[in-house]
Design a protein around this ligand. Structure first.
Ligand SMILES: Cc1ncc(COP(=O)(O)O)c(C=O)c1O
Length: 614
């Protein structure tokens, strides 16, 4: 039933004609369908969750084959992308964003993104449309429209729409996936020390939950299993938790969390694979890896890591919070990050190809490199002489997929894709979906994966719907072209600032970066010989307040780094301003230190930081 038809039906009862139906009963036929066809109003009842006043459930809508699917049109004219498609990258693209570029030098897209104007405008249009007739929109139109956008997203990510759902943010998806892994007392969860901070907290929560669940189980057995996992991790793991209590704060009697410790410098992606191969405890239940790490901005070889873990029967959750937009995705082929064989940025091989023709063409253009990455990952798993028997789960289809296909993948839309805030996607491999439960249980619970997640109560669904315009913008600009610009600009920025400051990358090379990189800062910016987080905060605050530059500063192993982001609105002038500001700050610090030394006879230096009030 078309939504316009339904409205017309409610206002045109006089035209109805009762008609006998096959299954008995009488239907009314209204000759007023928006598509020109008669509208049948029957007593067939609700057709499953999500149908509300539609005739098809969300499970059925999402399962319609691609060539048979007829998307509902938007009830307004969506923001035009025609002009956007013709804009050169850089300065001209600033009109596509909401950021106040007159006031700020914005080099931190990686933190919280920044919405693109077409998506922002579309979200507003949906809000206005909703409020004009809330019931019509929420009861009759929302689900078909959400399904449309989920299908568009699936096209962009190289996925089957049945395998992904919207969630408000990566954090939600990560929590859901970790809960779905079914960790029991004594089970082991593995991640790298450079993994995202809140995921470490999630591990603690999972441990507490497991401890609670395991109250009636044998604590001695749990402790023995934990000790075995710890021993198996071996000294090379760097950070090896004791079973009870662990130094990471996991609840006693809960799960064992083992961290593979990455120490810098690293030689390349293979070093990460080798570390995991050496420190992944036998019997590990879940491993979590980032597509791009947050604090260290490293593009990890997730295809190889996934293949390695799955070959050992370990479930894999990829935290791709930074992935969507920053790297080429082809989830069904197991491509969701970097690779050992030079998969940097995921778009390099086709970086100059323009995909303005639309989703299908772009997906096809990307198919060859995607297959190559997953094949390489599987070859690597094979070369490690690891048996893959039974590792891919109970479902036969899953066994036919490349081993580099993870169990769970989570990505934000509100970062690199520039969709409205509060939008992320959780993708779950088909054979795992039955075990995945939403954090918020609502009407659709138990009726299928799409149904479970599509509605979590009354709230603003406009950001999800407006993701459509963000995707439209990417297709109009060409995803590989966008990534090509971002990576080239990042390389130029690294060259410019690095040569000015005499510093280098934290990563072994730009091949291990997407559109973010950590670049060393002059050591003079630290107060002591070893930089710490107080130094990092001080420099970041100074750049923000004094120079109006928004850029994050990190302290890693006693050194300060700036995390450079490059998006389509950035230009080399942004990094030039940063280079100048850092030079100025260094001069300022040196002068302040010299003055303090002169005043104190060099005995007791007053910390410069405090004087500057940073
Ligand atoms: C690697 C990683 N994981 C997870 C998150 C959490 O994302 P969100 O706050 O959107 O849930 C972030 C955020 O920056 C991240 O960088």
């Amino acid at each position: 039933m078309g939504t316009e038809d339904a409205e017309a039906a409610s206002t045109s009862p006089a035209t109805s004609t009762p008609t006998p139906q096959n299954g008995g009963g009488v239907a009314s036929v209204l000759p007023i369908g928006a598509d020109g066809k008669p509208l049948v109003i029957s007593r067939s009842g609700y057709q499953g969750f999500g149908s509300f006043f539609n005739e098809v459930s969300v499970q059925d809508m999402i399962a319609v084959p691609r060539d048979a699917y007829v998307p509902p049109s938007r009830p307004f004219t969506p923001p035009s992308l025609e002009r956007a498609a013709s804009l050169p990258f850089g300065e001209a693209c600033r009109e596509l964003f909401m950021i106040d570029f007159n006031r700020w030098t914005f080099i931190n897209h990686g933190a919280f993104g920044g919405v693109c104007r077409p998506a922002h405008e579309e979200a507003n249009k949906w809000r206005e449309y909703c409020e004009a007739q809330p019931l019509k929109f929420l009861d009759r139109e929302l689900f078909p429209q959400l399904v449309r956008v989920m299908r568009e997203m699936a096209d962009f990510m190289g996925a089957d729409p049945r395998d992904l759902v919207f969630v408000p943010n990566a954090t939600t998806g990560l929590n859901v996936a970790i809960q779905a892994a079914g960790l029991r007392p004594g089970d082991t969860m593995y991640m790298l020390n450079i993994g995202y901070g809140s995921v470490k907290k999630m591990a603690q929560a999972a441990s507490a939950a497991a401890a609670g669940r395991g109250a009636g189980s044998d604590p001695a057995a749990a402790a023995t299993a934990a000790a075995a996992a710890t021993a198996a991790a071996g000294a090379t793991a760097g950070t090896v938790p004791a079973p009870t209590p662990t130094p990471h704060g996991e609840a006693p009697g809960g799960i064992n969390v083992v961290y593979g410790e990455v120490l810098f410098p690293i030689s390349g992606p293979q070093a990460i694979v080798d570390l995991v191969a050496a420190t992944l405890p036998p019997g590990t239940k879940l491993a979590v890896f980032d597509t791009v790490t947050s604090n260290t901005a490293l593009l990890l070889p997730v295809a190889e890591l996934t293949a390695l873990c799955r070959s050992r029967g370990v479930q894999v959750l990829i935290d791709g919070a930074h992935a969507l937009g920053q790297v080429h995705l082809d989830l069904d082929a197991g491509v969701c990050g970097g690779g050992v064989c030079g998969g940097g940025g995921g778009g390099d091989c086709a970086e100059n190809s323009v995909n303005a023709a639309g989703g299908g063409a772009a997906a096809a253009a990307a198919a060859a490199p995607a297959a190559a990455v997953s094949a390489a990952a599987d070859a690597m798993a094979a070369s490690l002489s690891i048996s893959s028997n039974g590792a891919a789960g109970a479902n036969g289809a899953a066994n036919r997929q490349p081993l580099s296909v993870p169990d769970y993948f989570v990505t934000n839309c509100h970062k690199w894709l520039a969709a409205p805030r509060g939008t992320a996607v959780m993708w779950v491999r088909r054979d795992r979906q039955a075990a995945v439960r939403p954090l918020v249980v609502s009407h659709g619970s138990g009726a299928g994966f799409t149904s479970d997640f599509i509605w979590d109560g009354m709230r603003d669904y406009a950001p999800y719907l407006a993701t459509s315009s963000a995707l439209g913008l990417w297709w109009a600009l060409g995803p590989d072209r966008v990534r090509g610009y971002m990576r080239r600009l990042l390389g130029q920025a690294v060259e410019l600032c690095g040569s000015r400051w005499g510093t280098g990358l934290l990563a072994p090379s730009l091949d291990m970066c997407g559109s973010m990189a950590l670049l060393g800062l002059p050591q003079d910016l630290a107060e002591g010989p070893e930089a710490d987080s107080a130094d990092a905060k001080y420099v970041q605050d100074m750049l923000h307040h004094v120079y109006s530059i928004e850029v994050p500063i990190k302290s890693i192993q006693g050194h300060l780094y700036v995390r450079l982001s490059a998006h389509i609105y950035n230009t080399l002038a942004d990094y030039q301003r940063l280079a100048d500001a850092v030079d100025d700050l260094v001069a300022r610090e040196r002068a302040a230190r010299a003055a303090a030394k002169a005043a104190g006879g060099g005995e007791e230096e007053e910390p410069v930081k405090k004087k500057c009030g940073g």
